[in-house]
Write a protein that binds this ligand. Structure first.
Ligand code: ARG
Length: 457
């Protein structure tokens, strides 16, 4: 050994421990690890690979460890490398040699695939539940505002009058797709990796259907080589969260704009707004801003894992250990974002008068006038021109097109009759095509989402 060898190798080993270990973050998987080990050992016993007595001793030991972890008494030691080794080592300490039989016909490769998959599956369902609660809030707001006018926009420019309820139902539609994505991911990935062992299966006479049933999976995976290297389930939840956050971010952006003095469409409640440390008058929309900000992180986590996976040969590679932190981060931030978005929406006030005032800017019923003229048999191009003249008249008088009297309009073109109603209200009400903004159509949309909420309970 070199003169400095002892010290150097010791330091290097410590560095390796720190570099190699996933324990600081994968302890999050302790419950799935313990449940998986109980199912595995019980199956080993029923197959006669270990005795029932041994399996029961293992189970007792594992439940003891679960208690230690939950009571904060478990001694975490980074040199154990990961949650799987930490629990197995403690099991052997607690029950002796029997504990050494637990890892029969199993590898950490199928073990981590099981634990992480199970954890992710549960989170898919948590997201689905949270999203439904959010949709419920959109429905509640929409119910109150099926006739509340606001300017519908394209290019962030006033376009046509719509109702605020209609606007809320647009978000309900978006988030329902998110709900479906989480459920679909859950269903697709609900398969059991346990028993795949390192990569090629095992010569032991195990029964993967037994652990499948015990752990509540739909079926055992069909190909072990794929199973131990598959992280699609993790990528899917990262994508689902990215899409969800993108939707939440778009709504957040609108909430930020709506709460400015220029718009004044909504006022965020004090409970969910923040102040400025220097400007005493300020009330800031930190909640939607943070949601918008956290969306970037969600995308980053997705990109990171896609990149980790792209060059991996079959089957397990240690690179895959990099799958967890991003998922934990996205799940934590995604869940809290949806929860707080829901509360912020629930507690905000809607300033109908300001919405109405804004709707009166920009001659939003111009298309209605053109459509009216077309119905009178006037070619659209000509109707467009006549409408342009009406808009010019309104402009010159400093009023909105909807505020011109019928006499004034008749002077522009004699084909305009008393039946013309250019009010904002009428414009919104007349848009009755399926899926449109007319109050009765929005009520249909509300019923649709209420039915969805009820049926997916
Ligand atoms: N900590 C590892 C991970 O998270 C567990 C699997 C280790 N397997 C192995 N062959 N070294 O991926």
């Amino acid at each position: 050994m070199k003169l400095w060898g002892g010290r150097f190798s010791k330091q290097a080993a410590k560095l390796l421990d720190e570099f190699n270990a996933s324990l600081p973050f994968d302890k999050e998987l302790y419950l799935e690890d313990i449940e998986g080990s109980i199912a595995h050992s019980q199956m080993l016993a029923s197959q006669g690979i270990i005795t029932q007595d041994e399996a029961d001793k293992i189970k007792k030991g594992l439940l003891e460890i679960k208690k230690e972890i939950e009571e904060g008494k478990f001694k975490w030691d980074i040199s154990d490398e990961d949650i799987h080794m930490a629990i197995e080592k403690r099991l052997i300490e607690l029950i002796g040699d029997t504990g050494k039989k637990l890892h029969t016909a199993r590898s950490r490769n199928d073990q981590v695939a099981l634990d992480f998959r199970k954890w992710v599956l549960k989170r898919n369902l948590e997201f689905a539940k949270k999203i439904k609660e959010l949709i419920k809030v959109f429905v509640e707001i929409a119910k109150e505002h099926t006739s509340t006018l606001l300017p519908g926009m394209t290019h962030l420019q006033h376009a046509q009058p719509i109702s605020f309820g209609y606007h809320m139902m647009a978000y309900a539609s978006m988030f329902k797709r998110d709900y479906e994505r989480f459920i679909e991911s859950y269903n697709r990935n609900n398969i059991n990796p346990l028993g795949c062992a390192a990569l090629a299966g095992t010569p032991h006479k195990i029964d993967r259907f037994k652990t499948t049933e015990a752990l509540g999976f739909k079926a055992p995976s069909i190909n072990c080589l794929d199973t131990v290297s598959d992280r699609d389930f993790a990528l899917e939840i990262l994508f689902n969260i990215s899409m969800l956050m993108m939707h939440a971010s778009r709504l957040s952006e609108e909430m930020i704009i709506w709460s400015t003095s220029e718009f004044g469409f909504i006022t965020l409640s004090d409970e969910y707004s923040t102040g400025s440390s220097i400007m005493p008058q300020k009330k800031n929309p930190d909640v939607p801003e943070l949601i918008r900000g956290k969306t970037g992180r969600a995308y980053g986590n997705l990109m990171a894992l896609l990149t980790v996976m792209k060059g991996l040969p079959l089957a397990y590679n240690k690179d895959t250990q990099e799958d967890k932190e991003g998922v934990f981060d996205s799940v934590k931030n995604g869940l809290i974002s949806i929860e707080i978005l829901k509360e912020t929406l629930k507690t905000m006030s809607v300033n109908k008068e300001n919405m109405l005032k804004a709707t009166k800017k920009g001659h939003l019923t111009a298309t209605d006038l053109a459509d009216y003229l077309v119905n009178k048999g006037i070619p659209f191009r000509e109707a467009h021109h006549i409408t342009g003249r009406a808009v010019a008249l309104a402009e010159s008088k400093g009023v909105d097109l909807s505020e011109l009297s019928i006499e004034e309009l008749k002077k522009i073109d004699e084909r305009i009759g008393d039946d013309l109603d250019l009010s904002l209200e009428n414009s919104m009400k007349s848009r009755k095509s399926y899926g449109a903004t007319a109050p009765e159509r929005v009520k249909e949309q509300i019923e649709y989402f209420e039915k969805f909420l009820k049926e997916s309970e």
